[in-house]
Design a protein around this ligand. Structure first.
Ligand SMILES: Nc1ncnc2c1ncn2[C@@H]1O[C@H](COP(=O)(O)OP(=O)(O)OP(=O)(O)O)[C@@H](O)[C@H]1O
Ligand SMILES: [Mg+2]
Length: 238
């Protein structure tokens, strides 16, 4: 049994498909119970990296260690990954959360369900079919589903893409609650204002590589690489 999941370390991590290096020798260390934001242009490899870290994809080379342990089913259960395009069951909002709860032994299922609905601001919609929720409500449900199991690490892939400012703020409040509970958050976003608002640390990716890693304040005020600078200027293309 692995005690803590941090630090997260990878060594020479690669993911290759048909001769193309989608993740190309990545070695970051991520620690601290704060918010790590992954930035980078479309196709940089951010979503693939998240899937590798969570053990949903097998690396073609290299290693991943969470707190010194290899990712396996047991470790995966202590984390939650919210996908870029969450998929809801064609059942009610409450049933979608109950399903996640049914995957683990919880003696306080009812309390957890109520708390999750409240946190996501979905108590009034608890009995509505989940696929009928708006985009923002679905994203909030997806995060509530992730949080309800009390994971130690929450990995969020563009949780507020396509959302209006109010819905985006609601998502950020959920993220802040999770941070307040001591969870490690790894967040992919294209929203630079959001990265500035919530981020403590930035990992900047381009072409399957980590080009820069550092504090959020440092990256935005003084990016160290030409790629980082070009990205912030809106000038970096793949
Ligand atoms: N399973 C796969 N097999 C082959 N190629 C893949 C696979 N998954 C992703 N890719 C390719 O890898 C590259 C990186 O994809 P990824 O989804 O990680 O990008 P991203 O940084 O998340 O981009 P976006 O910001 O658009 O979400 C893309 O060119 C994509 O087409
Ligand atoms: Mg992606």
């Amino acid at each position: 049994m692995c005690e803590g999941l941090l630090p997260l370390k990878t060594r020479g991590l690669c993911f290759e498909v048909r001769g193309k290096q989608i993740i190309d020798h990545i070695d970051p260390t991520v620690s601290g119970n704060d918010i790590t934001v992954i930035l980078g242009p479309n196709g940089a490899g951010k979503s693939v990296l998240l899937r590798l870290l969570h053990g949903l994809l097998e690396p073609s080379a290299g290693q991943i260690e969470w707190g010194g342990c290899r990712i396996d089913e047991g470790l995966r259960k202590r984390q939650a990954l919210v996908f870029q395009r969450p998929v809801m069951m064609r059942r009610s909002v409450a049933e979608n959360i109950r399903f996640v709860l049914s995957l683990r032994e919880f003696s306080d299922r009812h309390e957890r369900l109520e708390k999750a609905l409240d946190l996501a601001g979905l108590t009034a919609q608890a009995n509505q079919p989940a696929p009928r929720l708006s985009g923002g409500e679905q994203q909030r449900l997806a995060i509530a589903q992730a949080m309800v199991r009390d994971p130690e690490v929450v990995i969020l892939d563009e949780p507020s893409s396509n959302l209006d400012p109010v819905a985006t703020m609601a998502i950020e409040r959920l993220i802040e609650v999770a941070r307040g509970e001591g969870k490690k958050i790894i967040l992919v976003t294209h929203d630079l204002s959001q990265a500035k608002r919530v981020g403590d640390e930035i990992i900047f990716m381009h072409n399957g590589r980590i080009v820069e890693q550092g504090t959020c304040a440092g990256f935005f005020s003084n990016p160290k690489t030409p790629e980082g600078r070009a990205y912030l200027d809106g000038a970096l293309l793949l």
